[in-house]
Each structure stands twice: as structure tokens, then as C-alpha cells.
Design a protein. Structure first.
Length: 267
């Protein structure tokens, strides 16, 4: 019986991973329509959705779902259900970085720096000096800073004045390198949406962040599509097939991890 239950759990976990793939299909279709051989690629994506639908209706998966529902109904009035509900609430409330903060006491989310903050008057000179020493390039337009990282991504940072009069980052969004945007809204690609979420959560937790510190964090994503996860060792995750969108400063350098690896605490 235990072996049968284990097999059913594995079936549901596999289905969950495939469902994450479906979430990426709609934005992908929008871009495929304009691409060469777009019709063929669109057909392939609909084929993926059909395969997942067939798997959902298969006998083993339906049996596993029925068993899960029966188990839930049996516990509907018990303490066990309340505990699971409470645990579920905790998982939804906490972001991946919050898990990191609890499980890795003594580490900082962002590197500390003694470098003096940049004032608005010095911002142009700082950007020119930074561009001279880096392949990625910074452009300033009003209160928006655009950081173009070659074929990896383009990041837009909304800036303001910090508590000590220095330039501080207030908003941040990541986009694909060839997306035509004005720095508002969100990317049409799931991977850049997740990068934006991670950068935004980091900014929210830290409060106002010096421009130099945020630029250093963004530059840690230069190897976004080739860096292996420091937890599982894979480039892309099993669930969702997304690269390591989490960056954590451990005092020595930047760790790269999948969202699932951070939440799972597999360290």
C-alpha cells in the first residue's frame, strides 16, 4: 500500500511540474506568431498543452487525485487539516528570500559597501565612468536608469533621493534584450517576469538601496542562462524549466539558485 501511495504522489508531482510549463505557453505564443515558422511553433506548443491534458485524464493520475480528495474529506474536521492550512498560509506569505533569511542566519541579502552614495549632480559622471569600464551600458533618462546587459537582459530602475541625499533605487523591472518597452509594465517572457519578482522582493525587503549596490546585484545575473544552481547543480529547474533567477550574497560572492530549491531548503 505504501508503495502504491508513493507512486501516486510521484505521478502528481510530475503532473505539477508539467503544469508549470503550461503557464509559459500564452506569452510565448504572442511572440511566436511574429517569428519565422511561427505557425509550426504555435502548433508544437498546443501539442504540449494537449499532452498535459491527456496526462491529466489518464487512469493513474485520476486515481491519485481521487485518493487525495478522499483523504482530504476524511480529515476535513480534524486538527491535521488546520495544521496543513496554516502551513500553506505560511508558504504563500513568505517569499524565497524570506526563507533564505530564516534558514541562513548570519548571511546578508545584499553586499555591504562603504562607498559613498552618488548624488544626482554626480550621476552623469558616475555613469560615464561606469560605462568606460564595463561591456554592459547604462543610460539615464530622467528618473529612469536603463542597464543593457548584451544578449542577457535589459533592466530599468526607477530612482529617487535616499535618506542621506544619495541616489536610491525605488523600482526595478527586467525585460528581454530585444523587447521594445519603455521600462513600464512587465516582460512578455516568464523568465524575466520571475527575475523582476526576485529583484523587486529584494528591494522591498531592504528598503531604499544605493544605486551602486543594486547595479552590482543586477550584474550578478550576467550568467543567468548558463549558471548552475548551487543547490541542485542544474542550469534549469525540473519544474517550469526556468534558470536560476535567485541571487543571494553569502559574504563571499553571489549564489545562484532556483526558486524551488530555495523554498525547498535543500541546502
Amino acid at each position: 500500500m505504501a508503495e502504491g501511495l508513493k507512486e501516486q504522489i510521484e505521478k502528481l508531482n510530475e503532473l505539477h511540474g508539467r503544469l508549470q510549463r503550461v503557464r509559459q505557453v500564452p506569452p510565448m505564443l504572442l511572440h511566436m506568431k511574429k517569428a519565422e515558422n511561427g505557425a509550426d511553433k504555435v502548433g508544437e506548443e498546443f501539442g504540449v498543452v494537449k499532452e498535459i491534458g491527456d496526462a491529466m485524464m489518464s487512469g493513474p493520475v485520476q486515481s491519485a487525485l481521487n485518493r487525495a480528495r478522499e483523504s482530504l474529506e476524511k480529515d476535513s474536521g480534524g486538527i491535521g487539516t488546520e495544521v496543513r492550512r496554516e502551513n500553506r498560509k505560511r508558504r504563500r506569505a513568505a517569499s524565497p528570500e524570506l526563507y533564505v533569511q530564516e534558514d541562513r542566519k548570519g548571511t546578508s541579502l545584499l553586499p555591504s559597501t562603504l562607498e559613498e552614495g552618488i548624488t544626482m549632480e554626480r550621476l552623469g559622471d558616475w555613469a560615464r565612468a561606469w560605462n568606460a569600464g564595463n561591456r554592459s551600458k547604462i543610460r539615464i533618462r530622467g528618473r529612469i536608469i536603463r542597464l543593457a546587459m548584451g544578449d542577457v537582459m535589459t533592466v530599468y530602475m526607477g530612482i529617487g533621493i535616499g535618506r542621506k541625499g544619495e541616489v536610491a533605487v525605488e523600482t526595478i523591472r527586467a525585460f528581454g534584450p530585444r523587447e521594445i518597452v519603455l521600462g513600464h509594465g512587465q516582460s512578455g517572457y516568464a523568465v524575466y517576469q520571475q527575475v523582476s519578482q526576485q529583484l523587486g522582493k529584494m528591494l522591498e525587503q531592504e528598503g531604499q538601496v544605493k544605486l551602486q549596490t543594486m547595479v552590482e546585484l543586477v550584474m550578478a545575473y550576467q550568467d543567468l542562462f548558463v549558471r548552475r544552481c548551487d543547490v541542485c547543480g542544474r542550469v534549469v529547474s525540473n519544474e517550469g524549466h526556468v534558470p536560476c533567477v535567485v541571487r543571494i550574497f553569502d559574504g563571499k560572492g553571489w549564489r545562484a539558485e532556483h526558486v524551488g530549491c530555495v523554498i525547498g531548503g535543500a541546502v
